[in-house]
Each structure stands twice: as structure tokens, then as C-alpha cells.
Ligand binder design. Structure first.
Ligand SMILES: [Zn+2]
Length: 465
């Protein structure tokens, strides 16, 4: 599989659609055999857990399930290149000058903070990048290229692309954009990541100056920007908005689409599974199942049939060999659609429950209101040293209650003091200077009624879940 070219992968991706379900299944079976054989031969970790797995698989269910925590704790045994060690990567990651540079000149490295509180270091090899790019451009943008109006608007807008995410460091989006700019520096004028951590007034002013033609971001960030656009403070005219990283509820999609008067697209994927899905003209999320296997599972990792909501999902990435992701458990709750999509795509489609955090609203001493994006404040909390997990709950207009779980061996009081300082500084930077930040002895827990774990929510927001 090494040395796959853009032309080869593009041609195969095109043929795969023409061959329909049988073509997809054939590729899946063959690629699964290949990645399993490769992982068994080159990853000490997989070699160990696959020792009783037959050489010729009769189905993916014969393979054990792996978790992020387990893989991260066996990092050096997990990767398939002995030159890659956690110690060497940590030195590389500590140098911010390396953002957008390939580790050992051959691997893209990114980190995740993760809603579960377990940070991961993820590597992607150049062959996997070819596949991700083809899936991204050929499939994801097909809706775009099929509309002459959109394509022309993109050209007129000189392709200026803005993404509003948690910036900085080695997060996937930041790393990939820095990498593209490093290759062609003039792209800096065309592609920019804006920080969701920035105070809203500054973000609005920066976006007005940049005038993006394509805008990407978390649904909560886009929703806040939609309110700013309607209020007339933000006045940009994107032709396409892409949401990712949180669930895009239909009401939010409509609000964002109406405020900006443009198409709003949705995406589901992760740093472990880049280019996992694409959205079709019927607004369904299709899985790129020629390069990924997605298995909805219950709490005991047993398969959940199409049409039923799962407790989690097992992801297999068939493209990336440096750090094999095979039956990798993710906590997202999904439903595989039982009926075929009207768009005619042979790829299965999926509905994702995902994150449903709230935007928090706090008053300022000047009598205004500020809105705090859930993923931004969650990132501030998760990046505090010693935090293993936490939940931020607004119970009164002027307070924030924190449920905290400290890492094993950590000092409760020290971690809490640092977390409180960081949250206070973050809220103050947004103008909310008089918020009481309180710790409760309750542990982070799913909602008693819905059973859903929501990391950031407001009990002041009227909703019943
Ligand atoms: Zn479809």
C-alpha cells in the first residue's frame, strides 16, 4: 500500500462508488486483512493482543476492542516504526516552532485534549494523508463542486477560508493548516484559524477584516457568530459554512443558515479518523466505508443493529499504518440509518448524538451579557495540569459549579486552585469578572434523566434532557 498516489487513490475512490456495495465490501475486507497483518507484524502491542487471532480473518468481530487509555499507556509498543517513541515526540511537541513540521520528516503529529480527559498523541503517515485528502476533496466537496454558483463564489472570494476552533499547539486543524502554509507560504493570506478562546468582540472584528468565503467551526461558535451577524456587528458573507466537533442540531443549522444566508454542512470525524464522513445533498452523513469501518456497539461492545441508538462506536482506520486504529472505542452514540439514502450513495449513513453542551451566558458588571463557548471553556479546564475529568455547570446567573476528578496521585487542592485561577482568568478575559467559581464534592456524572454525559451545561437553559 506504500506509495499510493493521489491519482491512484482518486481513481479507486471513483471506481468504488461505481461498483456499489459489493465494491466497498471487497475493499474493506482486503484492506482490513492488510492492516491487521501489518499491525501484527510491526506493532508489538497488536502482535501481543492478536496472538490468538487466526491469520485469515472471517470477520472483524474476531479482533479485540482497544481503548485510547490502553493504547496511550503502551505508546512505544503501539506504533509500527521503532524510531518513534513517546519521549522523542514529547520533545518535538514541546517546541512550538515544530507546529506544521513533520516528525522525522515523515509523520504528521497531532494531540487531542479529548472530552474523556485522556490526551492522545496521534501520528499519520503520508499514505494516510493522501487518502484523507482524496476523501476530503473528492467526496466532501462534491456538493460544492456540483454547484456552479458556489464554485464561482469561491473563486471570486479568492478561496479565503476561516476556521474558528481552539487554536494553537498541535491540534489537528492547526497542524494541518500550518503544514499547508509551510509548503506554500502565500496560503497564509487565504487560510486562517481563529481562536474560539478569544473574546467575542475581537473574534468578530478579526473575521470582519478577513472576510472569509468559507467558514468552519464548532456549532456553538457558529451559533454565537450567527447572533452577531443578525445583530449587525458581524458582517461577513460566506458561501459555505462547515460545522464540526459537536452535534449540529437541525434548529442550530437553520439558525446559522438563515443568519448567513448560505449552505451549512456538517461533518463527523476525529483526530484518529480524519475524513471519516461526508455530508450528501440530502444532508445525511455518509461513512467513507472503503477506508473506514464503523461498528455501533452497546455497553458490552456487542453490535447494535441499524436503526437503534448505540452506546459507543468502534472505529477502524484502514489507511494509517504508523499507529494502527483497529476496533478503537469512542464514546459517541450513533444510529446507523436502516433505509438507503435518497441521494443514491452506496455508502452507509449515520446519525450522531455526540456532544450536546450548552453555551453559557453570564452578565458583566457593565450590564451586558457575554456568551462562553462550551468547547472553549472545556479546553481551558482540560488543559489544566492534574485534571483527569471535569464538568462545568451553571446553576445561577453569577456562578459556575465545577465537578472535578483529579489524576491519580495528584494534589486535590493544588489542582483545584490552578483550575479555579484559569477559569476565572478565562471568564474575566471575556468580561465576566464577577463570577463565583465553586467546587462541589459531586463527581462528574451523566445527567440523571437523559443518561447523557454533558461536559458543560446550564441548568438555567430551558431544555428537558
Ligand atoms: Zn445521501
Amino acid at each position: 500500500m506504500c506509495g499510493l498516489t493521489y491519482a491512484g487513490v482518486s481513481w479507486d475512490a471513483h471506481r468504488c462508488i461505481r461498483e456499489g456495495r459489493a465494491g466497498i465490501e471487497r475493499r474493506q475486507r482486503q484492506r482490513l486483512q492488510e492492516i491487521v497483518a501489518y499491525a501484527r507484524a510491526h506493532s508489538t502491542y497488536y502482535g501481543r493482543i492478536y496472538r490468538n487471532v487466526p491469520e485469515l480473518l472471517s470477520g472483524i468481530g474476531e479482533l479485540p476492542v482497544v481503548t485510547k487509555a490502553e493504547l496511550m499507556s503502551h505508546f512505544d509498543d503501539w506504533v509500527t516504526d521503532p524510531a518513534v517513541t513517546k519521549a522523542r515526540i514529547e520533545v518535538f511537541l514541546a517546541d512550538s516552532g515544530n507546529v506544521g513540521r513533520d516528525f522525522l520528516d515523515r509523520y504528521v503529529v497531532c494531540t487531542t485534549s479529548g472530552a474523556t480527559g485522556i490526551p492522545a498523541i496521534l501520528l499519520h503517515d503520508h499514505t494516510a494523508l493522501v487518502v484523507y485528502n482524496v476523501l476530503g476533496y473528492v467526496r466532501s466537496l462534491s456538493v460544492f463542486w456540483h454547484s456552479r454558483g458556489l464554485a464561482w463564489a469561491l473563486v471570486r472570494g479568492r478561496g479565503r477560508l476561516a476556521a474558528v476552533f481552539v487554536t494553537g499547539g498541535h491540534f489537528l486543524g492547526n497542524t494541518m493548516m500550518a503544514r499547508r502554509i509551510r509548503k506554500i507560504p502565500s496560503r497564509r493570506r487565504m487560510q486562517r484559524i481563529f481562536s474560539a478562546l478569544e473574546p467575542l468582540a475581537e473574534l468578530v472584528s478579526d473575521l470582519n477584516a478577513f472576510a472569509p468565503v468559507v467558514l468552519g467551526g464548532y456549532p456553538s461558535a457558529l451559533e454565537t457568530l450567527a447572533h452577531e451577524q443578525r445583530a449587525g456587528r458581524l458582517h461577513i458573507h460566506p458561501v459555505l459554512i462547515n460545522a464540526a466537533g459537536e452535534t449540529l442540531a437541525p434548529a442550530k443549522r437553520q439558525l446559522i443558515g438563515t443568519a448567513f444566508d448560505c449552505r451549512v454542512g456538517n461533518y463527523y470525524g476525529s483526530s484518529e479518523a480524519v475524513g471519516l464522513t461526508y455530508e450528501c445533498t440530502a444532508q445525511r452523513l455518509h461513512i467513507n466505508s472503503d477506508w473506514y469501518i464503523v461498528e455501533p456497539v452497546d455497553a458490552g461492545n456487542r453490535p447494535v443493529p441499524a436503526g437503534h441508538l448505540s452506546d459507543g462506536v468502534l472505529i477502524t482506520n484502514l489507511a494509517n499504518r504508523i499507529q494502527p486504529i483497529i476496533r478503537y472505542h469512542m464514546g459517541d452514540r450513533v444510529t446507523m440509518d436502516a433505509d438507503p439514502c435518497i441521494c443514491g450513495s452506496p455508502f452507509p449513513s449515520i446519525d450522531v448524538v455526540g456532544r450536546t453542551d450548552d453555551i453559557l451566558t453570564f452578565p458583566t458588571p457593565q450590564g451586558h451579557e457575554v456568551q462562553i463557548l462550551p468547547l472553549a471553556i472545556a479546553t481551558v479546564a482540560e488543559e489544566t495540569p492534574g485534571v483527569a475529568g471535569c464538568q462545568l455547570i451553571q446553576r445561577t446567573p453569577l456562578s459556575l459549579t465545577v465537578r472535578l476528578r483529579v489524576k491519580d496521585g495528584g494534589d486535590q487542592e493544588m489542582v483545584w486552585a490552578e483550575l479555579r485561577n484559569r477559569l476565572a482568568a478565562f471568564l474575566s478575559a471575556h468580561g465576566a469578572t464577577t463570577i463565583a467559581i465553586e467546587k462541589t464534592d459531586e463527581a462528574p456524572a451523566p445527567h440523571p434523566l437523559s443518561g447523557k454525559f454533558r461536559q458543560v451545561y446550564s441548568e438555567l437553559t430551558p431544555r428537558h434532557q
